[in-house]
Design a protein around this ligand. Structure first.
Ligand code: GLU
Length: 395
């Protein structure tokens, strides 16, 4: 019998971040000394006080199906967090808890996008945004930026990208993969354009908000004219070293939240009971509890930037948040290094994997074909060894 997969899955690209992480894992299992700098995953353990909350939840027999949109106590904790950290007013009926922020984003796309709708993606953007839009048969429209503008788009570019078919913009600050953080003024300038287009919704992905090295975060929903059409996405994976626990959440207009719950009710039901209980404890803790991780990430950012600056041909900027550097490697295009012809960022990333045993992710997957993403959510020792190896290969 022939294998007849749907057109949908056949046209879906694999996640470049997860694919590279899987490849690095596979090579390691074969005995290769691979240093994985591909995945955006804190290398810390989940803090003890959160683990204890999870153990307590198991002992207290939290084992039943959870409400589809999340435990009431968790939704209340999310509202308190939104007020405390973001000065955003949400009530529990505007909150939906999901199995990771990725599911939150997929829910939003599924409930708002029709085939043929256009989704604006300021580039560089996280790899799954475009795939999630494609799954809704929507078209994604990239708004390009470069390292010369610190990977920020301008209001003029936003205006030029809007058409009568534009339905949404996926906005992400601090940004994965560039680490860029937009200022309040820049948010307001973009909002001024959107004010003229009342039918465009904003998905504001703020998952990296706490991985911030001194810049001020802002939120689209803080702008009064944007609040009723903004969906604020967040989760505990990055800030609390809880990637595998899979808890994300949204704050949204109630009618959108209700629809996300309806969607989720047919696909996964409520998120994991133990992880939700642990998340209540995580969100109720003062932000100072996780500061040691942010301090360590900043130290590593400075180390990796210092080392990369010593390599001729890499163009760098200083990311203000997240845990990635995103160098422009286009100076190497057209060259042959150790027998590998480098035509693009994917070739460059493969060169680093094969010759330096260092896993990175090509910028092509993020809509930035001149760059590669290097995650420094890794030990200082691994960062230092990786960059020494990269330097050797490139010189
Ligand atoms: N968001 C992380 C990253 O960009 C995790 C992998 C993923 O889900 O893409 O590396």
């Amino acid at each position: 019998m022939s294998q007849q997969l749907s057109d949908r899955i056949q046209s879906l690209p694999v996640s470049a971040t997860l694919a590279m992480a899987a490849k690095a894992r596979e090579l390691k299992q074969q005995g290769k000394d691979i240093i994985g700098l591909s995945l955006g995953e804190p290398d810390f353990n989940t803090p003890e006080f959160i683990k204890e909350a999870a153990i307590k939840a198991v002992q207290e027999n939290y084992n039943s199906y959870t409400p589809v949109d999340g435990y009431q106590e968790l939704k209340e904790a999310v509202c308190t967090k939104f007020k405390r950290d973001n000065n955003l007013d949400y009530t529990p009926n505007q909150i939906v808890v999901s199995t990771g922020a990725k599911q939150s984003i997929a829910n939003i796309a599924q409930v708002l996008l029709n085939p043929g709708d256009e989704v604006l993606l300021p580039a560089p953007y996280w790899v799954s945004y475009s795939a999630i839009a494609l799954l809704c048969e929507a078209k994604f429209v990239e708004i390009p930026s470069s390292i010369d503008t610190n990977f920020k788009i301008t209001p003029e570019q936003l205006e030029a990208a809007i058409t009568p078919k534009t339905k949404m913009i996926f906005f992400n600050s601090p940004n994965n993969p560039s680490g860029t953080i937009y200022t309040e003024k820049e948010y307001r300038a973009l909002a001024a354009v959107l004010e003229n287009y009342p039918n465009i919704y904003i998905l504001s992905d703020e998952i990296y908000e706490h991985i911030n090295y001194g810049a001020k975060n802002f939120s689209f929903a803080r702008i009064r004219s944007m609040y009723d059409r903004t969906i604020t996405v967040n989760g505990v994976a990055k800030a609390f070293a809880m990637t595998g626990w899979r808890i994300g959440y949204i704050g949204a207009p109630e009618w959108i939240a209700k629809s996300c719950t309806k969607m989720q009710g047919q696909i996964t039901s409520g998120a994991n009971c133990i992880a939700q209980r642990a998340t209540i404890t995580a969100l109720e803790a003062p932000v100072s509890e996780i500061q040691y991780m942010v301090t360590e990430f900043k130290k590593r950012r400075d180390i990796i930037l210092g080392l990369l600056k010593e390599i001729d041909g890499l163009k760098l900027n200083t990311p203000k948040g997240a845990f990635y550097v995103f160098p422009d490697v286009s100076a190497f295009f057209g060259k042959t290094i150790k027998g590998h012809k480098i035509n693009n960022a994917s070739d460059f990333s493969m060169l680093l994997l094969e010759e330096a045993n260092v896993a990175t992710v090509t910028g092509e997957a993020f809509g930035a074909p001149n760059c590669i993403r290097i995650s420094y959510a890794a030990s200082e020792e691994n960062i230092r060894t990786a960059i020494v190896r990269i330097k050797e290969v490139l010189s």
